[in-house]
Structures are given as C-alpha cells and as structure tokens.
Design a protein around this ligand. Structure first.
Ligand SMILES: [Zn+2]
Ligand SMILES: [Zn+2]
Ligand SMILES: [Zn+2]
Ligand SMILES: [Zn+2]
Length: 110
C-alpha cells in the first residue's frame, strides 16, 4: 500500500511526498488504490529522511537562506521558520512569529 507522507518542514510549511509500494513502482509510480497518509512532524525522524525541500515561492524562510531576524520581538539569528524569541505579554511567552515579508535576513556569518 502506498503512503502519502505529509512533512512538517523546518520553515513551518508542509510538503507532501509519496512513499510507493512495490505494486505502484512497477506500474510507473502512480499511487495504487490502497493509500494511507501520515504526518511527519519536524524534526524529521531518521526513518523518514530525507525530508523534501520547501519549494513555495512565498517561503520567506528559504528567501533568507534559513537565517532571519524577527520583526515582532527583535530576536536575531532564528534558524527555524518559527521565532524562538521571548516576548512579555502579561507573562513571558514564546514569540512564535512565523517568518514574514517584514522580517529581515539574518547574519549568516555568526
Ligand atoms: Zn501501493
Ligand atoms: Zn517554506
Ligand atoms: Zn519573534
Ligand atoms: Zn515578521
């Protein structure tokens, strides 16, 4: 049976990849009738490596080459799609801002 793997990517987008069974491989990689799907959350477990790359043109995380400064809290050098900075909002909370057009490219050299 074929499995549709839905990867949660480092940039917070998701990307789909088919894992074909022997039947469908021999018939030219068309998924067979018995299909299941599975969400593979980030970080990608070794069994599901390699994770597909994000090819979305609107992916700012890719546009900044994976290093960015948050426009919400000012956290610099984020290396995942979701900001790991802290903000004071009644109590300290994780920023969790997802890289957007107003964020800045981070310093690659550090
Ligand atoms: Zn199959
Ligand atoms: Zn992306
Ligand atoms: Zn932030
Ligand atoms: Zn932003």
């Amino acid at each position: 049976m074929c499995q549709l793997l839905i990867y949660d990517l480092i940039c917070c987008h998701s990307s789909k990849k088919w894992s074909y069974c022997a039947d469908s491989q021999s018939s030219g990689r068309i998924p067979c009738k018995r299909q299941t799907s599975l969400v593979v959350s980030y970080p990608t477990p070794a069994a599901f490596e390699p994770a597909p790359l994000c090819h979305r043109p609107e992916c700012h995380f890719n546009r900044f080459d994976g290093v960015w400064d948050c426009c919400w809290c000012g956290k610099t050098h984020n290396t995942t799609g979701r900001c790991s900075g802290f903000r004071m909002y009644y109590e300290p909370t994780t920023c969790e801002h997802i890289c957007c057009p107003f964020c800045k490219r981070g310093d690659q050299g550090l």
